[in-house]
Design a protein around this ligand. Structure first.
Ligand code: 4AD
Ligand code: MG
Length: 462
């Protein structure tokens, strides 16, 4: 079978010839002796129009009665229809039924809400919207690998099961093989993890960063790209319990280099997807988020703004805008503040740097002022934070002091500290939320609609 994508993209090669395609009926209409089937074979966003005629098909009647989503094998001539809605069509000479669909198939022609489609995650990849989203997701993943591989970065696989809590936020899914009805306790009555599978507490990773740092201090430039897990019990449109993160880590590089890398990468991925999924992007632009393409083109062609956290707070305070939570120095920026900055003030992506140390993780490099750290978040209109990163604390003594100050268990970090002992180096990195950039590129407003099988609180079906 030839892919419908090929028949569209290389039509000159096929016009006038007999072709065979296999796919699912998206729509079908017929009169007594003539009809049209819109066939989708999954290889391409667009359907192929199949013309059926009674005098050419012995099973014409049977074919016209097939319910939507039946799968069929089609043979016929590819004919140029320049000027019509589609450039080519197939005039069928033979159609075989592969699998008849039940007439209760829920994705009939009318448009369904995204909420409803979430309840049929086994069928929604067949809808236009999700066909577009998941192909863009696949292409974006490829673009990310290509971006880094072309720059000689090493793809480092960080573990999914880990004993450490990178972000120190305690939002971890615990892993255990203990009998929950008979949990081993020690003399003090605390859970005795030495009896557990790994001999210590273990959890699903919240970030591969600490492992990426190990690799960067050997390979210089590395990246991870894999699933991460957070047990945040928040029902927002931007948080998932399982999401993918891209975490580059670069040695002999400071925060400025880090921001440059993030900016280059994001522009590359957006450009790649616009170039390689024009039909899908046009669909988003027309049906999901009007003006999306103009905005993305703008992003690709302009420089991202950089401001410090302190400056951002000043701007918010002086804006005269009434926020639900008035902002004050030292507090984390709320969604409403991030949105105001990106959507009202800059109308573009903004790097916010140098956050107060108390609202950031232990590993970020302390600034001279002793109050802020070399952190950066990239905020974008519509989505908010898509990147979080920093220059890492490479000074042994300062890092040790921070670990103590934050009441972390020094022993847990012995290897992390040793990296600062055996040839330490300035290094930096960031985490890009993969789903967040997909949301940004497609205009999809809910993270549940950019993951084939989303995991959120109270939702682990499919
Ligand atoms: O800002 P975060 O927590 O940073 C880190 O984990 C660092 N260790 C990364 C690093 O420096 N290597 O998370 C990074 C990004 C966020 O900016 C956001 O895009 C995404 O991960 N993210 C989530 N995406 C979906 N659902 C969630 N629950 C997310 N939590 C974070
Ligand atoms: Mg963050």
């Amino acid at each position: 079978f030839t892919e419908i994508k090929q028949l569209y993209r290389n039509k000159e090669e096929y016009i006038g010839k007999t072709v065979k395609v296999a796919g699912w009926i998206r729509t079908s209409r017929a009169s007594k002796n003539f009809g049209f089937i819109e066939l989708n074979d999954g290889s391409f966003f667009k359907n192929m129009q199949v013309v059926i005629a009674e005098d050419k098909l012995e099973n014409f009647k049977e074919i016209t009665k097939l319910p939507i989503s039946s799968s069929i094998l089609v043979e016929g001539e590819l004919v140029s229809t320049e000027g019509a809605k589609q450039p080519v069509e197939i005039q069928a000479t033979k159609i075989e039924l592969e699998g008849e669909s039940d007439s209760s198939y829920p994705l009939q022609k009318k448009r369904h809400t995204l909420e409803y489609l979430r309840t049929i995650a086994h069928l929604r990849p067949r809808s236009n919207t999700f066909s577009a989203v998941f192909r863009v997701r696949s292409l974006a993943a490829y673009a990310i690998h290509k971006f880094f591989q072309d720059r000689n970065f090493v793809y480092a696989h960080s573990p999914i099961i880990t004993g450490s809590d990178c972000e120190g936020a305690g939002e971890m899914f615990r892993i255990t093989t203990m009998d929950l009805n008979n949990i081993p306790k020690n003399e003090e009555g605390a859970i005795d993890y030495s009896k557990d599978f790994f001999g210590k507490e273990a959890n699903l990773t919240v970030s591969g960063q600490l492992n990426a740092e190990i690799m960067a201090l050997a390979f210089r430039n590395v990246y991870t790209f894999g699933p991460t897990f957070r047990a945040e019990n928040s029902f927002t449109q931007r948080h998932a319990s399982e999401f993918w993160m891209i975490e580059p880590e670069i040695a002999f590089a400071d925060l400025e280099d880090n921001m440059e890398l993030a900016e280059d990468m994001i522009k590359y991925v957006i450009s790649y997807v616009m170039e390689n999924a024009p039909e899908e992007m046009e669909f988003f632009n027309s049906f999901i988020d009007k003006g999306l393409m103009d905005r993305l083109n703008n992003v690709v062609n302009s420089e991202f703004t950089r401001i410090t956290y302190t400056k951002a707070v000043e701007m918010l305070q002086e804006s005269g805008h009434e926020f639900e939570y008035p902002v004050k120095w030292g507090d984390d920026l709320q969604t409403e503040h991030e949105r105001y900055l990106t959507e009202q003030v800059f109308k573009a992506p903004v790097f916010v740097t140098d956050y107060p140390k108390d609202i950031k993780a232990f590993y970020m490099r302390m600034n001279e002022d002793g109050k802020t750290v070399r952190a950066m978040d990239l905020l974008v209109p519509g989505v908010g934070e898509i990147v979080g990163g920093s220059q890492r604390e490479e000074r042994y003594d300062v890092l040790l002091e921070r670990i103590k100050e934050m009441n972390l268990n020094e022993e847990d970090y012995w290897w992390y500290l040793e990296l600062r002992k055996f040839g330490t180096a300035t290094h930096s990195g960031f985490g890009l939320g993969f789903e967040r950039i997909i949301m940004y590129m497609t205009g999809m407003a809910n993270i549940r609609d950019v993951i084939p099988f989303p995991r959120t609180p109270k939702n682990a079906e499919f």
